[in-house]
Design a protein around this ligand. Structure first.
Ligand code: NOJ
Length: 586
């Protein structure tokens, strides 16, 4: 393995990359069975290159019963036969690399599936055996051990413990078909190092780490009670028995050593639902390198919330030498075009608000789809102007809304099935993509897709948008192309125009982004508008719109001398969340 240090630019490709998330089973089907596959991705590599992204992240494509959309993995070093073969993975990677696109694979270390060879071995083995020690088996409480070993709940509802035939219980923080691994077991740790090398050797450039904050658990007896405080976001001191414990970083330090065996070093992006102040530990250069910043995804559409999230996260990233990984949509939340078309709920995050709305099958309150899309376009353009990397979710470039009215009998998500309908679940953002205006599944497959697509997908298909300069697809392409041209240091300077309605900032090189969150048009800064999320005219920026502006040359020179915001050594002191007062009025 080549150990020499690669040039910084290549080693740091991920710091400001635009990563496109592919949910393989819903992206494109080449096999004609209604389920997306690697052949489908291969067939769409030209599209991904044309779109202008830097990398793809593939949600799991491993052998799986799909109890949890593939996040129940039977074998970490193979491809689900329904999705293809290892040879297909190699071909896909080669084709993507050939177009300059990096590949990030999803790794699911908190739990295996119940079909994994290790779990089958554990069930067949006696209490206290090495096979059981790879998982978290315990005796129950009460008479005959008939009560679960602790009061820990499963994230998808119900208890986190299931009893097996000999009376012991095993832990599963998700469904009972996803038993949690014991990360105190050396064999478990070593096996994942083997998996990281397996995919790195096959050309994977990085790893998205599922439930990164869950691997280290306090298993000291008696198991700590939670007494109902089961929130995913844990306390700030790393003392929660299940989430975000400090020891978890010892695991990622080992992973980092493996990443650094490669040239360029591999990178990890943590899915860690932790307090923002603890996120950067996951993203440190000694750890995974990156962690999703879910704050923007949670924020409601208003200037104050966005300003706070941006300043806070850039400050944290700068302090820890990390880059920020911005996200507006992914396979776990209601699409942002739908979220922003809803009235903001009382004290609720944008995603919580939308989850409640989903329970009405998308009817109450009646969403304003036009407004939602307008704002989604503006939010995306703002996000793409920020320093750091940006993660896009398949279909957002088409302006897709959530499919909120899927009938109960087609739903696949355990969040729906295990909650007895108390949650609608995440299938509505996982409906297969429309590629063409018609056909059995709008070009996704030669037959009906594994989740039904609504008729309104046709006019939003790639075919319907690819030649329309006003389309959302065209906006994404323009933005990605300008972003590439504007590529600059990870600095940002707030401009005086920033207030309770408008966020206006400049980036190195002099270009600026300005977003109007308010209901009335505001004056545009001087200069040339190179891309805008909705039509601008007569020097005005309409409501719910972002524009990128190149100011006249003298302004750019002056700005270059001015304050910076980012990892540069002469950066100004950072604005912390606690030092930000309410944004100045309009
Ligand atoms: C996070 C993944 O994004 C989600 O889809 C999955 O259900 C859970 N982790 C469990 O693996």
């Amino acid at each position: 393995m080549e150990m020499s240090q690669p040039p910084a630019a290549e080693a740091d490709w991920w710091r400001q990359a635009v990563v496109y998330q592919i949910y393989p089973r819903s992206f494109a089907d080449s096999g004609g069975d209604g389920l997306g596959d690697l052949g489908g991705i291969i067939s769409r590599v030209p599209y991904l290159a044309w779109l202008g992204i830097d990398a793809v992240w593939l949600s799991p494509f491993y052998p799986s019963a799909r109890v949890d959309g593939g996040y129940d993995v039977d074998d970490y070093r193979d491809v689900d036969p329904q999705l293809g073969t290892l040879a297909d993975f190699d071909e896909m990677t080669a084709r993507l690399h050939g177009r300059g696109i990096k590949v990030i694979v999803d790794i699911v270390p908190n739990h295996t599936s119940d079909r994994h060879a290790w779990f089958r071995e554990a069930l067949a083995a006696p209490k206290g055996s090495p096979a059981r020690d790879r998982y978290i088996f315990r005796d129950g409480q009460g008479r005959d051990g008939a009560q679960p070993p602790s009061d820990w709940p499963s994230t998808f509802g119900g208890p986190a413990w299931t009893r097996v035939q000999d009376g012991q219980w095993y832990l599963h923080l998700f469904t009972e078909r996803q038993p949690d691994l014991n990360w105190q077991n050396r064999e478990v740790r070593d096996d994942f190092l083997t998996t990281l090398r397996f995919w790195s050797d096959r050309g994977a450039d990085g790893f998205r780490v599922d439930v990164a904050h869950g691997l280290a658990k306090n298993l000291v007896e008696p198991l700590e009670r939670l007494d109902g405080q089961a929130a995913l976001v844990s306390p700030l001191d790393g003392t929660h028995p299940l989430w975000d414990r400090d020891e978890v970083h010892g695991i990622y330090a080992e992973w980092r050593r493996v990443f650094n065996e490669y040239d360029p070093p591999r990178v990890g992006v943590a899915e860690a639902w932790v307090h923002p102040s603890r996120r950067s530990r996951y993203a440190s250069p000694d750890g995974l390198g990156q962690a999703f910043n879910f704050d923007l995804l949670e924020a409601n559409w208003n200037a104050g919330e966005f300003l706070q999230v941006i300043t806070d996260n850039l400050a944290d990233a700068q302090q820890h030498g990390a880059s920020t990984a911005w996200v507006l949509s992914n396979h776990d939340v209601v699409r942002h075009a739908s979220r922003y078309g809803l009235p903001a709920g009382d004290c609720l995050s944008s995603t919580q608000n939308a989850k409640t709305w989903l329970l009405s099958n998308g009817t109450s309150p009646e969403p304003d789809r036009g407004l939602g899309l307008l704002r989604a376009r503006a939010a995306t353009l703002l996000m793409l102007a920020l320093p750091g990397s940006a993660y896009l979710y398949q279909g957002e470039e088409l302006g897709l809304h959530e499919v909120a009215d899927l009938a109960p009998d087609v739903l696949q998500d355990p969040a729906f099935l295990r909650s007895g309908g108390a949650e609608k679940g995440r299938d509505g953002c996982r409906v297969p993509l429309p590629w063409t205006t018609g056909g059995p599944s709008f070009g996704f497959s030669t037959r009906a897709a594994h989740l039904p697509q609504p008729a309104w997908f046709g006019p939003l298909s790639v075919q319907a948008q690819e030649h329309d300069p006003a389309s959302t697809l065209a906006l994404y392409r323009q933005a990605l192309s300008w972003r590439r041209r504007f590529h600059a240091a990870e600095n940002l300077e707030w401009m005086p125009g920033t207030n309770g309605q408008v966020l206006h900032f400049g980036r190195p090189g002099g270009w600026q982004s300005v977003t109007n969150f308010g209901p009335r048009a505001v004056p545009l800064p001087h200069g040339t508008v190179v891309v805008a999320s909705s039509p601008v005219q007569e020097g005005l920026l309409p409501a719910d719109t972002t524009a990128w502006v190149i100011p006249p040359a003298p302004d750019r020179v002056a700005r270059r001398q001015s304050r910076r915001y980012g990892p540069a050594s002469d950066a100004v002191p950072l604005i912390r969340r606690d030092s930000i007062g309410p944004p100045p009025g309009p």
